[in-house]
Design a protein around this ligand. Structure first.
Ligand SMILES: Cc1ncc(COP(=O)(O)O)c(C=O)c1O
Ligand SMILES: N[C@@H](CCCC[NH3+])C(=O)O
Length: 385
């Protein structure tokens, strides 16, 4: 929802740009933090969702740790002031260089995704005379009931170590002097809106934790990943129900006194606090279709082209007519998939009208590219005016 002041300010700016509502971001972080603290749960923010400096500064200030998926993200987390013992490093393909860098930074732990990676981390840690903390990312074969392209915890997905490899994993851990096993890690997918799937995850977490403890491995960390979705169809319902989400884990996980529960939330923390603001370049009225051509495209926001993802589209210019028209809202990029929405009902729209594409705080700016030699992304925050 934009105030008259916001819209007046946007009218004077060049488009496109990502707008961040830092008040909403702070409020979301506060609600999440309070809900997690009530259960003594720990949240590492999944940086991949958004690593804009101004966003990261708020997240750090709210006391969250950082979940990184590349050496670059580990570096960014450290440089942004996240404590090294609050940085975790996941990823199915960590290079030796990235592992060495993370070892040098003494991060909290590596979430290890293959047996071979476990051996490599042990070798690299040995060369440095260090002991690397590791959590085993297990593929639990739990269906997240989300878009197939953002499901990560099924047997056919590349992520994590399969359950049948756990005995081999335990063998490697037992003989690897430079590895310290800290716990188990899971992440079944993103944009999860059916919270019941987390109950199925809890059942699997309990099974694997018991399995490791039976083998005399102390499971200190139960890391259940992230994935909590947001309501893209209702961008003004801005703060996800963190309380209901955490309660499921409190109710269904079998948490022992020596265990901590860790989460890696990305989208739910940042998704609703941003919109992509764009201008209409051209309106093309056809016999069968009307098109609005924006100055933002899939190079700024890739999700619709990549996953046919829905983002609410609004014409935020002052209304000059009561007529509603259906438009295909497209970008200027030379790709037919460069389309933000088909048959979108909007007030009759004209050249230079401002269009807001909502709920773009997660996997928006960070997935931008300069394909077609597009200009670099510009960001504006609620504190810039
Ligand atoms: C390992 C891991 N943790 C956390 C996340 C964060 O997910 P989300 O933004 O859906 O909370 C992801 C992304 O899906 C991930 O791959
Ligand atoms: N980038 C995806 C989510 C993938 C999350 C990373 N595992 C999205 O836009 O929804």
């Amino acid at each position: 929802m934009f105030s008259d002041k916001d819209i007046a300010h946007f009218s004077n700016l060049e488009t496109p740009f990502y707008y961040y509502d830092l008040n909403l971001l702070r409020e979301t972080l506060k609600v999440c933090s309070e809900a997690a603290n009530a259960y003594n749960f720990h949240v590492h923010y999944a940086m991949k969702a958004n690593f804009n400096d101004k966003v990261l500064a708020q997240i750090k200030q709210a006391g969250f740790g950082a979940d990184a998926v590349s050496g670059g993200e580990v570096k960014k987390a450290i440089e942004s002031g996240f404590a090294n013992n609050k940085v975790v490093f996941a990823g199915v393909g960590k290079s030796d260089r990235e592992i060495n860098y993370a070892l040098d930074q003494d991060i909290f732990c590596f979430n290890v995704e293959s047996l071979q990676e476990l051996q490599v981390i042990n070798e690299l840690a040995e060369k440095k005379g260090k002991v690397a903390k590791v959590a085993i990312r297990i593929n639990p074969n739990v269906d997240a009931h989300t878009h197939a392209n953002i499901t990560t915890g099924l047997d056919e997905n590349k992520f994590g170590i399969n359950s049948w490899d756990m005995p081999a994993c335990a063998d490697i851990l037992s003989v690897s002097a430079n590895l310290e096993f800290v716990g188990i890690h899971f992440h079944i997918g993103s944009q999860i809106t059916n919270l019941d799937v987390y109950k199925n995850l809890c059942v699997r977490v309990n099974e694997f934790a018991a399995w490791f403890e039976d083998k005399n491995f102390k499971v200190k960390v139960l890391n259940v990943g992230g994935g909590l979705g947001i309501d893209y169809h209702n961008p003004n319902a801005q703060i996800p129900n963190f309380e209901a989400y955490f309660k499921i884990f409190a109710d269904f996980l079998d948490i022992k006194p020596h265990q901590e529960v860790h989460f890696e939330l990305g989208r739910a923390l940042v998704g609703q606090s941003s919109s992509l603001i764009s201008r209409v370049l051209y309106v093309k009225n056809g016999k069968k279709k009307n098109f609005i051509v924006l100055d933002a495209g899939m190079t700024e926001l890739m999700r619709p082209a990549l996953y046919q993802a829905y983002h609410q589209i609004e014409n935020i210019s002052p209304k000059t007519t009561e007529t509603t028209v259906k438009y295909d809202v497209v970008g200027p990029i030379c790709e037919s998939t460069d389309c933000f929405g088909k048959e979108v009902a909007l007030q009759e729209t004209f050249r230079n009208d401002l269009i807001a594409i909502r709920s773009t705080g997660a996997y928006g700016e960070v997935m931008a590219s300069n394909y077609n030699l597009r200009d670099a992304i510009v960001t504006v925050t609620s504190e810039d005016y």
